[in-house]
Design a protein around this ligand. Structure first.
Ligand code: GBH
Length: 487
């Protein structure tokens, strides 16, 4: 890490790219419009009991039909960048490399990107934020079939690079492979909903499938980046990377070496599973030791395309936990976290942060700074783009309008987290060049449905999807500007 003496107040670079993030399935709605066919989340949400409020993404925020409104909103909030994702089932509705391209879908995103640029907003484009065409899951098991999936993904990526390559400066191949693999194939609470637990899912094998799915994603990422660099980057420029999620961990009992060691395993299973192949050319030793052959190995050709494939590191981060080791007991065969548990209270009963609406999220800003440092150190000071951070609020959805607009808890989250990031940059020498708040507006929070809100703008789902800025939307610019250098 570079030692850069600086004040925290001007800690972030003057060209710091800040803004907001969303994802196609969570905001677009319009699931039957203009040739789109279904994705694995349409199918998963249709199964009884999978989504807490029984909803799906059929209308969501109706963003597919309100692109102008969304861009005007971004502009009014002063955003410099907007991260959104492309819906693969709009581009190639059946998904496969020999299936037809839906030009109307492609044109929709071309216009959207043109309009963003016209409004002075930098597009940050995610190719895959979990909405796999349902046909690919039915035809060959989706992410479980590496050979088919890699070819189909690369073709889809090619269509998008051809359409948008000249306009998009930042590409993200995949959002949170940990979630697609672990939650989709080990926990079974995300689409396509597979696990070994027959009380939760009818099919699946948590001991093998998450590792195969993660491996397919890495191979597809590597192949797409190789193609991008060979065929598109030379003429269009642009940068490409993957977005990895990771929460920070503190030892549950700092005096217990088992808990201290477990913190590293936790970060390795969550983050290094994907980042180590990219920066170090192999899966982490701790994973190989626990998983043996259940963790696949890369061919020479695969790892050659994966190693060095990040132009920047896309970081999603929300919260921290206390980590309690299960060692020396052997890990359960279905474990995906590294033989440990993540807790909200430490050995003394001190909470890691305040409760929110999410059963997994308690804010802890110092953990953000620490994790930025951990990533920076382990991977040789990569340029980091924070592609998501944000919070829900306990009971927010129960508050009547207009009281719901007063989201002081979210404001405080952003104040403390942005400050922690500025400290990491100014005092620890971490290289962060942008940060995007999750989310521009309340949206479909996957298995938590519409009950959980993450937006800085309120969406009135019963009253025609109107967007209204909350207090946090108005304050974000001010908070960032406090830390962004003026020269
Ligand atoms: C992000 O994931 C997603 O990219 C985004 O789409 C989402 O809306 C946002 O967070 C807010 O959740 O209790 O076993 O179901 C963040 C990382 C990891 C958070 C998995 C939810 C659920 C664990 N996610 N976690 S479980």
């Amino acid at each position: 890490m570079i030692n850069k003496p600086n004040t925290v107040e001007a800690g972030l670079p003057s060209d710091f790219l800040w803004g907001f993030a969303t994802a196609s399935y969570q905001i677009e709605g319009a699931i039957d419009q203009e040739g789109r066919k279904s994705c694995i989340w349409d199918a998963f949400a249709a199964k009884p009991g999978k989504i807490s409020d029984g909803t799906d993404g059929r209308t969501a925020c109706d963003s597919y039909n309100r692109t102008g409104e969304d861009i005007a909103l971004l502009k009014s909030l002063g955003a410099k960048a907007y991260r959104f994702s492309i819906a693969w089932p709009r581009i190639i509705p059946l998904g496969g490399r020999d299936d037809p391209v839906n030009q109307v879908g492609v044109d929709h995103y071309i216009k959207f990107v043109d309009d963003l640029i016209e409004a002075g907003i930098v597009p940050v484009v995610t190719l895959y934020h979990w909405d796999l065409p349902q046909n690919l899951d039915e035809k060959y098991g989706g992410l479980l079939n590496k050979d088919e999936f890699v070819k189909d993904y690369v073709r889809y990526a090619r269509v998008m690079f051809e359409a948008l390559g000249s306009r998009v400066p930042y590409w993200i191949t995949f959002n949170e492979p940990f979630c697609s693999s672990g939650l989709g194939y080990a926990v079974g609470k995300h689409a396509p909903g597979r696990s070994s637990d027959r009380t939760v899912n009818d099919e699946g094998d948590s001991s093998t499938e998450p590792w195969l799915a993660g491996h397919s994603i890495m191979c597809a990422h590597g192949a797409a980046v190789k193609m991008f660099r060979e065929e598109f980057k030379p003429k269009y420029g642009g940068e490409i990377g993957i977005t990895l999620n990771g929460d920070y961990g503190y030892p549950w009992d700092p005096s217990n070496p088992e808990d201290v060691a477990a913190v590293q395993r936790k970060l390795e299973f969550a983050i290094a599973w994907f980042a180590d192949p990219i920066y170090h050319g192999k899966y982490p030793d701790s994973m190989r030791a626990q998983l043996g052959d259940r963790l696949p190995t890369f061919t020479d050709e695969e790892i050659a395309s994966i190693k060095g494939s990040n132009d920047f590191y896309g970081m999603n981060h929300y919260c921290s936990h206390f980590i309690k080791s299960w060692a020396p007991k052997p890990a359960p065969i279905t474990d995906i976290e590294g033989n440990l548990e993540c807790l909200f209270f430490d050995v003394n009963g001190t909470p890691v942060g305040e409760e929110t609406q999410c059963p997994w999220l308690r804010p802890n800003a110092p953990g953000f700074r620490k994790l930025l440092g951990w990533i920076s150190e382990r991977y040789g000071g990569p340029r980091i783009l924070v592609t998501e951070f944000g919070t829900s609020i306990k009971g927010e959805n129960d508050r009547p309008y207009p009281e719901i607009l007063d989201d002081e808890f979210r404001c405080e989250y952003f104040r403390s987290y942005i400050r922690a990031m500025a400290e990491a940059v100014a005092q620890d020498g971490v290289n962060v060049f942008g940060a995007l708040c999750w989310s521009l507006m309340d949206n479909y929070e996957w298995s938590e449905g519409y009950e959980t809100r993450f937006g800085v703008c309120y969406v009135d789902y019963e009253g025609g999807q109107t967007r209204t800025p909350k207090k946090s939307a108005k304050e974000t610019r001010e908070i960032f500007e406090k830390y962004i250098g003026k020269v």
